[in-house]
Design a protein around this ligand. Structure first.
Ligand SMILES: NC(=O)c1ccc[n+]([C@@H]2O[C@H](COP(=O)([O-])OP(=O)(O)OC[C@H]3O[C@@H](n4cnc5c(N)ncnc54)[C@H](OP(=O)(O)O)[C@@H]3O)[C@@H](O)[C@H]2O)c1
Length: 324
């Protein structure tokens, strides 16, 4: 297939590009910077907001996988939240416009979204995880900070921007993705491993909040399935079938890094730590508990279904990356 990947320069983009090229696809990345990527990947410049010559890449392509969006690993200041919103909504809208105007529109448009769209799992009452059929979208939970509600609103507007496009011939899927764990530098796994190695990988605020995650290899395999399966459209959760409590997530990670101690942190300590790291506590404190019902029903077999094994695999890969 000829596949266009807007925003394919980041952590998830790197992993996906490599997997798509390895599967024999022709990949074109759209980025705001003229950057040289690895052999086998074409590169075109766009601004993520307005139509331009880049739209020719979409015309005649078989698929678009749009990953563009300002990183969420930052302080949730008003300015950053606005950029998190506009970079996602504007880029999705303009991808839709490029597809609308194409003479030969792509057959499928996979649009990145987030599992953060669901409510804090502790607010559900029935103790069940969210799935596509019965999950409760966030925004109305009592007692959560107002800006948590805003990140749900970003997710909803992001998906709406895809749904509103007038592209009847193109199958649309919203990828409600959990934390993508890869051994690469600068990714979530790298950051959590760094904390674990420093002895800071203990429970945060009691550690009973759930974390949903997916191994990068399974993420790429799930995308491959969604590119092929013409019967699947709408929201699809990309997460391992077994979300874990945060204290368990860190315990497995400490084991993977040779059994480090893990100091517990209070909510206040997490706030201070997040401030120092210029990130936000929502990423640590919100209970994210989703299960990939539609992928499982479609027969998708996870290579890394459990966190304990996935953490060991990723740490081994990380050690190899560090050696070369
Ligand atoms: N990583 C995860 O665990 C995870 C989980 C769920 C969802 N997601 C979502 O998946 C997407 C990719 O994640 P990632 O971790 O690869 O993120 P990333 O490393 O921050 O990469 C995102 C890419 O988006 C582009 N971008 C940033 N600001 C933009 C703007 N204002 N307009 C247009 N493009 C912009 C950048 O490309 P250029 O600078 O080259 O233009 C960047 O390489 C993001 O939307 C993220 O929210 C990620």
């Amino acid at each position: 297939m000829k596949i266009v990947v807007p925003g394919g320069t980041g952590q998830v983009g790197g992993l996906l590009r490599r997997a798509l090229v390895a599967d024999g696809h022709e990949v074109t990345v759209l980025s705001r910077r003229p950057e040289r990527l690895e052999d086998g990947v074409r590169h075109a410049v766009w601004d993520g907001r307005t139509l331009g010559a880049w739209a020719d890449e979409v015309d005649g392509a078989d698929a678009v996988v749009n990953l563009a969006g300002r990183s969420v690993s930052c302080r949730y200041t008003d300015a950053n939240l606005r950029q998190m919103m506009s970079s996602r909504v504007d880029s999705t809208r303009v991808v839709g416009q490029a597809i609308e105007r194409a003479d030969a529109p792509p057959r499928v448009w996979l649009q990145m979204s987030t599992a953060t769209i669901y409510a804090d799992a502790r607010s559900r009452g029935d103790g069940l995880p969210h799935d596509e059929a019965t999950g409760v979208l966030g925004g109305d939970e009592p007692d959560v900070p107002l800006y948590w509600e805003y990140s749900v609103r970003i997710a909803r507007r992001w998906e709406e921007a895809q749904a509103e496009a007038d592209v009847p011939g193109t199958r649309r899927v919203a990828l409600r993705t959990a934390m993508v764990m890869t051994p690469d530098r600068g990714g979530v796994f790298d950051y959590l491993s760094w904390m674990a190695r420093l002895g800071l990988g203990g429970p945060v605020d009691g550690g009973r909040q759930h974390v949903s995650w997916i191994h990068g290899e399974d993420f790429a395999r799930a995308v491959a399935l969604l590119l092929e399966r013409e019967d699947l459209d709408g929201p699809v959760i990309l997460a391992a079938p077994e979300p874990v409590e945060q204290r368990e997530l860190m315990r497995s990670l400490r084991t993977a890094w040779g059994g480090r101690p893990g100091l517990p942190a209070t909510r206040l300590m997490a706030e201070v730590g997040a401030l120092v790291l210029r990130t936000d506590t929502e990423l640590l404190l919100k209970s994210r508990r989703v299960v990939p019902r539609r992928l499982l029903d479609a027969g998708f077999a996870f290579r890394h279904p459990t966190w304990h094994d996935a953490a060991a695999d990723l740490a081994a890969q990380r050690r190899r990356v560090a050696r070369v």
